[in-house]
Ligand binder design. Structure first.
Ligand code: NAD
Length: 501
């Protein structure tokens, strides 16, 4: 039995789950076929949605702290299976082992967060203008939640959404990316084991998985039986999903593309900035939604920073992500490689100068794997191609003289996910995170734009979608709010002083 089949077995993935299906799953490491997954048919989906609705009728009445116990168990299962799920993430999407493990850790972390949250699903009590009255808010479970995920976080994004949805009283239907269903399946199986341990307090169909391509996701998006659709992926996908959910007055959480920048000022610690640039620009081979794509650097420090950066880029270890010491794994597929080549060609036409990288690496060793030398392209200004998200390790360098211009350049893109400044000047830092600073959902100081913790709300503005998931009060999106006005007097006064007699 191959190592992968043994890992599948330990994760609870049966041979029937990964053989004989119509959806071929390939490893970006060498292009080898890993599995053939069965696609969910429209009639199966119909049944799955009906089961989720029935599950909701029961689950919403289980006390939230008891629901919290389920995600506690899920966290335990994820901890135990961390090495195996992390390995599947690495082999399926090409992340280096450390990042594959880190992704599963995010699942563990959100389970712990959601467990605590299960005792804090609280609304406010508000004073009334009427005597003998009180107003209060309650948060109630919402209904089945569809979770549609992108290839690049095939385990964590499901966990982020499902852990909160489950403690909020909502069943989940998970549609992983067609490029990475195996990591999703392994993460889902850990949840199934937790549900089995939780026993008959969990209704049948509390958590379900469907596999297939965009049309399958579209059926979930269009179903009025699903009050909340959480969709993570490209802006192109969000443009289709957003209006479709809105047309039936559903709720949505859209987590879409980013075009994340770092401003490096003359007051920056350049060595710290260098380390942050490296992790965020070339980590995950530039395939994080929060990857660093634009470096906006002050003219006075540009040469010094670029010198260090080019030296560091020249020593990057590109290769098989399963090998210790590798820092840059492959792109997900040939399409991603072609998109990178097109962006570099366009950048050159728009006045860009390639300072390093962009070409294919390790072609002889992995003819069907798409490895690249991470690219740095210096641009004369923020042209159209810089304003576009290329999902690959392509870093544009832009120069500024005046701090206000740096912020203007920073914000002059359609996306608004993550951002950061490197500076030890208090005025620059505070301006960057102020109302007239970065317009992104996340604005960091002396730390890169990627690698967020689960405690804060995650998400972005503008074409990134405008929604939030994970920490802080993101849980509220998985619930419906009711406002209750309670009269404990013997009178019936009307609001606004109206008399109606
Ligand atoms: P993608 O948009 O191609 O696919 C994402 C998911 O959406 C898949 O499950 C796919 O089947 C589904 N989908 C595609 N078109 C659809 C449609 N019309 N209706 C319903 N579902 C549809 O994205 P990808 O290539 O897998 O992921 C990369 C993109 O995701 C990048 O743009 C990246 O920035 C973004 N991303 C964003 C976040 C975030 O939190 N903001 C996180 C991860 C990835």
């Amino acid at each position: 039995m191959s190592e992968l089949l043994r890992v599948f077995q330990r994760c609870g993935i049966e041979p029937g789950d990964v053989q004989g299906g119509s959806l071929a799953v390939r490893s970006p490491i060498d292009g080898a076929e890993l599995a053939r997954v069965h696609e969910t048919s429209p009639s199966q989906l119909h049944e799955i949605i009906a089961t989720a609705q029935a599950a909701f009728a029961q689950w919403r009445n289980v006390p939230a702290p008891v629901r919290g116990e389920l995600v506690r168990l899920w966290g335990e299962e994820l901890r135990q299976a961390k090495k195996d799920i992390g390995y599947i993430v690495s082999i399926e999407v090409g992340k280096i082992i450390e990042e594959g493990l880190g992704e599963v850790q995010e699942g563990v972390d959100i389970c712990e967060f959601a467990l605590g949250q299960s005792r804090q699903l609280c609304g406010r009590t508000i004073v009334s203008e009427r005597p003998g009255h009180r107003i209060m808010e309650q948060y109630h479970p919402l209904g089945p939640v569809a979770i549609i995920t992108a290839f690049n976080f095939p385990s964590a994004v499901f966990a982020w959404n499902a852990a909160l949805a489950l403690v909020c009283g909502d069943p989940v239907i998970f549609k992983p990316s067609e490029k990475a269903p195996l990591s999703g399946l392994a993460t889902f199986k850990a949840l199934e084991r937790a549900i089995a341990r939780f026993g008959d307090r969990a209704p049948r169909g509390l958590a379900q998985i469907v596999t297939g391509k965009a049309p399958l996701a579209q059926s979930l998006v269009e179903s009025p039986a699903i009050p909340l659709v959480s969709a993570t992926g490209s802006t192109r996908m969000g443009r289709a999903v957003g209006p479709a959910v809105a047309s039936r007055f559903g709720k949505r959480i859209l987590e879409l593309g980013g075009n994340n920048a770092m401003v490096v000022t003359p007051a920056a610690d350049l060595d710290m900035a260098l380390r942050a640039i490296l992790f965020s620009a070339v980590g995950t081979a530039g395939q994080r939604c929060t990857s660093l794509r634009r470096l906006i650097v002050h003219r006075s420090v540009k040469d010094a920073l670029l010198q260090k950066l080019l030296k560091a880029y020249s020593t990057l270890r590109i290769g098989n992500p399963l090998m210790p010491g590798t820092l840059v794994g492959p792109l997900i597929d040939e399409g991603a490689y072609t998109a990178l080549q097109e962006s570099i060609a366009t950048a050159k036409q728009q006045g860009g100068k390639v300072l390093t990288g962009g070409g294919r690496a390790l072609e002889k060793e992995f003819p069907k794997g798409f490895y690249v030398h991470p690219a740095i392209v210096e641009m004369p200004e923020q042209t159209a191609i810089v304003r576009h998200e290329t999902f690959a390790p392509l870093l544009y360098v832009l120069t500024y003289d005046d701090f206000d211009d740096a912020i203007a350049i920073h914000n002059d893109v359609p996306q608004g996910l993550s951002s950061c400044i490197f500076s030890n000047d208090m005025r620059e830092v505070e301006t960057f995170i102020s109302a007239s600073g970065s317009d992104c959902g996340m604005a960091n100081v002396n730390i890169g734009p990627s690698g967020a913790e689960i405690g804060g709300a995650f998400g972005g503005e503008k074409e990134t979608g405008g929604d939030r998931e994970s920490g802080s009060d993101a849980w509220k999106q998985y619930m419906r709010r009711t406002t209750n006005t309670i009269n404990f007097s013997k009178e019936l006064p009307l609001a606004q002083g109206i008399t109606f007699a």
